[in-house]
Ligand binder design. Structure first.
Ligand code: P71
Length: 471
């Protein structure tokens, strides 16, 4: 024992340690079932981690969506629900939290992010119009396509290379956007669909410089910009860290400025906003608000609840304020980075730089002997579950689905397995267990072969597809 010299995190990085700005008041027991039980569970789930029972999962990194821990204040807020059908006081709290934090004057609540995507897509897209964006997101693109639109990827090339260290891999390539405008004409562009951070690219941020340039170009062309603000707070952390002019500027101030370059935003409040369910759409223009208000009553509920209960809206109003606390955002992003740094140090291939909400393992490099049609990322998710009961998510060609025109499989450049970290839920010790499990699976990678798909749903197939081992 004498030779072991334990070192704190701070000592490892040559600074004083800091810790999460909270302490734990309530716990939820978790445990790991046996290897034999895990083999049976994943077989019965068709080798799809979405189809596992959570009771069979030890550490759940399927998603950071709706899985965060609420604060004592948010739980107290649940007791203050005003469940009136119309004009609940919780709606006015929510409205004022969104207006004061994000800066858009008109707010429509929705049950979750895709509800808001549906409203904005139906309100603004004419059939045949184009929607340029900084990489697709599954539900976002589907709603754009269901409205008759055509999504065009205008993210910088670096975003498609997992190893490229560009600090703002979420940036829009303005040349690509200009080329699209020249090709189809500004009138045929419904709006620019901008996401900060970019989920499918590895949680990569957009810089303030880029959104300013984008605003200039769009102003010249008369094109509006709508923001997927789902993880915008994390995006602001990277701006604070990486753009000199924003060092020391509060996250809340950076967020206000970024949003001011856009015309509105949709939100999955299940991420940054620290609630288990909820979403919203907020815009600058009365005409867009009127359209969305009309659609919300058809698809979600009255415009003062949009599918949420009063208590949900109260928890969300409080979550919005907590989400922009600088200490909170730092501990959240740095926890993800801690896991990423361990794996990087051990040579595990993953998207670099480490993003805001998750580690994205590069399954193609991980399993060079498994071709993409045998689903390397889905295979990796299966192997991680078998090793330790760790649940992750495929973000490769199963997620990309088929081209709606040709029916052919889309084979995206990025074939990733995502380990998404819920906010305020797991400790540094959990991250150590996860890191060691990934390493164990990496060390035995030669013995792994791929999967074949035996059931394929039409929409968003990754949720319910079933697989079988090849051998
Ligand atoms: C995530 C999710 C949830 C999800 C969605 C689809 C497939 C698998 C998991 C949801 C997002 C998101 C962004 C950037 C809109 C939504 C939809 N992400 N934009 O990452 O990340 O929001 O789930 O509240 O409807 O696990 P919604």
């Amino acid at each position: 024992m004498a030779s072991i010299k334990p070192r704190t995190m701070g000592q490892q990085f040559g600074r004083r340690s800091w810790a999460e700005p909270w302490k734990i008041k309530m716990v939820e027991p978790i445990h790991m079932i046996s290897r034999g039980e895990r083999e049976q569970a994943i077989r019965e789930a068709g080798y799809n981690t979405f189809l596992l029972s959570s009771a069979d999962v030890y550490i759940d990194l399927l998603t950071d969506s709706g899985t965060s821990a609420m604060s004592d204040r948010q739980w107290a807020g649940l007791m203050m629900g005003d469940e009136s059908y119309a004009g609940s006081r919780n709606f006015y709290h929510l409205e004022s939290a969104i207006v004061s934090t994000y800066g858009y004057p008109f707010v429509v609540p929705t049950h979750q992010g895709r509800g808001a995507e549906h409203l904005i897509s139906q309100a603004l897209i004419e059939p045949g119009q184009y929607i340029p964006g900084n990489m697709y997101f599954t539900t976002t693109r589907l709603h754009q396509e269901l409205a008759g639109g055509i999504f065009v990827d205008v993210i910088i090339d670096e975003a498609h290379n997992p190893a490229d260290p560009h600090p703002f891999k979420g940036n829009v390539d303005l040349n690509k956007l200009e080329a699209l405008i020249v090709r189809v004409g500004a009138d045929n562009i419904a709006y620019v669909s901008l996401a900060g951070t970019v989920n499918m690219g590895g949680g990569q941020p957009v810089s303030m410089a880029n959104v300013k340039e984008l605003r200039n170009l769009c102003d010249q062309q008369g094109i509006r910009i709508y923001l997927d603000a789902t993880r915008m707070v994390e995006n602001c952390f990277f701006i604070q860290e990486r753009e000199k002019a924003y060092a020391g500027v509060p996250i809340a101030t950076i967020l206000q400025e970024f949003c001011s370059y856009t015309d509105g935003a949709w939100m999955s409040a299940k991420k940054d906003n620290l609630v288990n369910i909820g979403g919203w759409l907020a815009v600058n223009h009365q005409d867009v608000f009127d359209l969305a208000c009309n659609l919300v009553v058809v698809y979600e509920g009255l415009h003062t609840y949009g599918g949420m209960s009063g208590r949900d809206m109260e928890a969300l109003a409080i979550g919005i304020k907590e989400a922009v606390d600088d200490d909170h955002v730092r501990s959240r992003v740095e926890q993800v980075r801690y896991l990423g740094c361990l794996l990087t140090e051990w040579g595990v291939p993953m998207v670099q730089p480490i993003g805001g909400h998750a580690i994205f393992l590069d399954a193609r490099t991980f399993y060079p002997h498994i071709p993409q049609e045998h689903f390397p990322a889905q295979t990796l998710a299966t192997e991680l579950y078998l090793d330790s009961g760790l649940r992750s998510m495929e973000r490769g060609n199963v997620s990309a689905g088929r081209d709606p025109e040709t029916g052919r499989n889309r084979y995206p450049a990025l074939e990733l397995t995502r380990l998404a970290i819920p906010r305020r839920v797991y400790t540094q010790a959990h991250m150590d267990v996860v890191a060691e499990s990934v390493k164990a699976v990496y060390d035995s990678r030669q013995d792994t072969s791929g999967l074949k798909m035996v059931h394929e749903p039409k929409y968003l197939r990754f949720f319910q597809a079933r697989f079988e081992p090849l051998v």
